[in-house]
Design a protein around this ligand. Structure first.
Ligand code: HDE
Length: 702
């Protein structure tokens, strides 16, 4: 907006006519370059006042400036995505480490010299676009590759399996988890009757439920989630040989989650926690990266598995079929406009370049219809592929024409093919074009689930038994929390019946938490669960690598702190590629021992310790007996301790820690001087102390 329009007179100041103003009529086109205009380019003289019939009179219909502005505003909103409405996106690139030409003829996967532009969008599923980031939910992990052979959309999740096996069940699943239709709540939560009613009547959901009740569903950051294609696809090489494939994304920063108690607090204190985290990391040049991997499964291997490779409620343990890491994605540019890019991006699982094909997974088959269809309503017509974020970055031409919001001007007399009037028009290309493998089809027309899809419990048990004790404890707590919100008791007893089949210990502990011992329904599974060899790769904690990279250390500064200690801390944290966030009683900052004011990044009231991966408190040598904001300080420390975080403190903070019931253990580190900072960093890199005994507890229960 030009400064001129900001300076425009306001109502009451305006002269009756503008004769005293310099005439604009003789201005050149250049002089109008910074003048605000209507959508049709008509220069606007006054962007503050409606055209009135007399200074205190009614508005005039002819005020096209006002009417256009209001009309456009009235239509600013488009329908939010029916699922995955809340999300954040960023631009970046994909690089191949080594050619995959033995498996696929897709050009972008064959030549390591090629760098492919990408746009990634991460999302939650159940909540509306304004819901909190920390909902217990699956995270969408959708990547658009702008390849030389057209768009490739890999529309996955951060959990490798899905709730249902057949697309026919998807609208019911989505209705069940969304706010209940009569009352309009709960928002962004599966902890309610309709969700648990539906899943408890759908045994195929059991495996995915174990994942959504696990820490995977409350990630610390989008930068710290894995991604999975979920559905099985095929890859076909230039010779026509085909294999099944499963897609994987591995975060370079490692996997990390928050605790449920933290998730609840973060949602209140910063509902944009994940969105902000991704934005800030990219903004600061700390670009998140994921490695891309494929599990390649021959027809023979697929036939040897004790489940069906077409069943999206099953994963293939990587101990059975290793993940071949073939490249990496780097997100290095934030969007310029959230609506134009993150909101208008349209992912279609049907967008596959030659060399990648669908499998007959019945869930995938339904998705092939749904995404294209939903975009027509959401983006207002069939030309959404012309929006800059969706447009292919390779030549694109065909004879599809017209429709709402056509933005191109396709030239020429010929808009059909074959034709003899214009020899220069594009033609089909049997050599380079997308084809399908000649798969034999000879089935009966039938509505029936394959019997090879019938084992609903073995992999649910596999997941529970593959994760560590603290992770199991969180799953138990999550089931207990969610089911305690279910009002209809019959739903709870039904769910307990399923848990009994998955793992008797899981069932017993959830039952005890609910006070419903002995009340589980007896459920007879269609196929009895098999004992599978645990897969440590499914655990977050079992494969955690000690690191502080990409993490945030919160430092609470009390007036009179030692600046040398802060500098030492800052240097060590920076050298780990982590960041320091300074918290003080007020946003103005805290004064160090020399009386110098050090500005804070956040005030204590707005920066709870749940925001940080590890915390430190720097107090003066002899703190005054009565501290300002003493209760808030105590709570900040107490919560960090109870959330099992590694903590550092200067000697002057000892009594404050005692008041906060922070016991001494290897995760509470005294900073006696600059040389002791290394010990703290070493401890902090290991993450939480799962065996920490908290105040009032007899032993660790994680
Ligand atoms: Fe989606 N899904 N889905 N889904 N899905 C949508 O498409 C649908 C499924 C996933 O950031 C919608 O553009 C059906 C599995 C992601 O824009 C819609 C079925 C997986 C996103 C739709 C599934 C996903 C969506 C809503 C069962 C993991 C967000 C708006 C047959 C592999 C993409 C839209 C973004 C979005 C339908 C199942 C992932 C309605 C019918 C399985 C990440 O078309």
């Amino acid at each position: 907006m030009s400064s001129k329009s900001n300076d425009a007179p306001v109502r009451g100041d305006a002269p009756a006519n503008n004769l005293s103003q310099p005439a604009e009529t003789h201005q050149s086109v250049e002089a109008l370059a910074d003048t605000i205009t209507t959508n049709h380019g008509i220069p606007i003289a006054d962007n503050q006042n409606t055209l009135l019939a007399g200074v205190r009179g009614p508005a005039l219909m002819e005020d096209f400036v006002l009417r256009e502005k209001l009309t456009h505003f009235d239509h600013e909103r488009i329908p939010e995505r029916v699922v995955h409405a809340r999300g954040s996106g960023a631009h970046g690139y994909f690089e191949l480490y080594a050619s995959l030409a033995d498996i696929t003829k897709a050009a972008f996967l064959s030549d390591p010299a090629v760098r492919t532009d990408v746009f990634a969008r991460f999302s939650t599923v159940a909540g509306s676009s304004g819901s909190g980031d920390l909902a217990r939910d699956v995270r969408g992990f959708a990547v658009k590759f702008y390849t030389s052979e057209g768009i490739y959309d890999l529309v996955g999740n951060n959990i490798p399996v899905f709730f249902v096996q057949d697309a026919m069940k998807f609208p019911d699943l989505a209705h069940a988890v969304k706010p209940e239709p009569d009352r309009g709540f709960p928002q962004a939560s599966s902890a309610h009757d309709t969700f648990w009613d539906f899943v408890s009547l759908s045994p195929e959901s059991m495996h995915m439920l174990l994942w959504t009740m696990s820490d995977r569903a409350i990630p610390r950051s989008f930068r710290m989630i894995e991604g999975f294609g979920v559905n099985t696809f095929r890859m076909v090489n230039a010779a026509g040989a085909s294999n099944f494939v499963k897609f994987h994304w591995r975060p370079r920063l490692g996997l990390q989650s928050v605790l449920w108690d933290e998730a609840v607090s973060i949602n209140g204190a910063d509902p944009d926690f994940h969105r902000r985290d991704l934005w800030e990391a990219i903004d600061q040049g700390d670009f998140p990266e994921w490695e891309f991997g494929v599990q390649v499964i021959s027809e023979a291997t697929a036939a040897s598995l004790d489940f069906d490779v077409l069943d999206p409620t099953k994963l293939i343990p990587e101990e059975l079929v290793p993940v071949r890491i073939v490249g990496k994605m780097v997100l290095n540019r934030n969007v310029g406009n959230f609506f134009s890019e993150t909101e208008q991006v349209a992912f279609l699982p049907t967008n596959l370049p030659p060399g990648i094909e669908f499998s007959n997974d019945p869930l995938l088959q339904g998705r092939l219809h749904s995404y294209q269809d939903t975009q027509i309503t959401r983006l207002g017509g069939p030309n959404f592929h012309e929006l800059p974020i969706n447009a292919a970055r390779c030549p694109m031409h065909n004879f599809q024409r017209d429709g709402m919001h056509q933005m191109n001007v396709p030239k020429g007399r010929v808009s059909y093919e074959p034709n003899s009037l214009d020899q220069g028009v594009p033609r089909e290309n049997p050599h380079r074009g997308a084809t399908s493998i000649p798969e034999q089809m000879d089935g009966e027309k039938i509505r029936q689930r394959a019997s090879t899809f019938a084992d609903h419990y073995s992999q649910a048990r596999l997941f529970f038994r593959s994760v560590t004790k603290p992770e199991q404890a969180h799953i138990i707590d999550a089931f207990a929390f969610e089911l305690s919100k279910v009002q209809v008791k019959a739903i709870r007893t039904r769910m307990l019946g399923h848990l009994a089949i998955i793992d008797p210990d899981l069932q017993a502990q959830v039952e005890a938490s609910l006070g419903m011992q002995g009340e589980a329904d007896t459920i007879t599974p269609a196929v009895k669960p098999r004992e599978l060899t645990p897969s440590p790769a499914l655990s977050i904690l079992a494969k955690a690598v000690p690191t502080l990279k990409g993490r945030k250390v919160g430092v609470l500064l009390l007036d009179g702190f030692d600046p040398a200690l802060l500098t030492a801390l800052q240097d060590s944290v920076n050298s780990e590629k982590a960041s320091l966030f300074l918290v003080a009683n007020s946003i103005a900052g805290a004064t160090d021992s020399s009386g110098k004011l050090v500005p804070a990044d956040g005030a204590l009231s707005g920066s709870p310790s749940v925001f940080f991966d590890s915390v430190a408190i720097l107090a003066p040598k002899d703190p005054p007996k009565t501290l300002p904001l003493a209760a808030a300080t105590t709570e900040w420390l107490e919560k960090a301790f109870n959330h099992r975080k590694v903590m550092a403190y200067s000697s002057g903070a000892k009594t404050i820690l005692e008041r906060a019931q922070v016991a001494s253990d290897p995760g509470v580190v005294l900073l006696s001087g600059a040389s002791s900072v290394g010990g703290y960093i070493k401890a902090a890199k290991h993450g939480r102390l799962w065996d920490r005994v908290r105040a009032g507890e007899e032993g660790a229960d994680a």
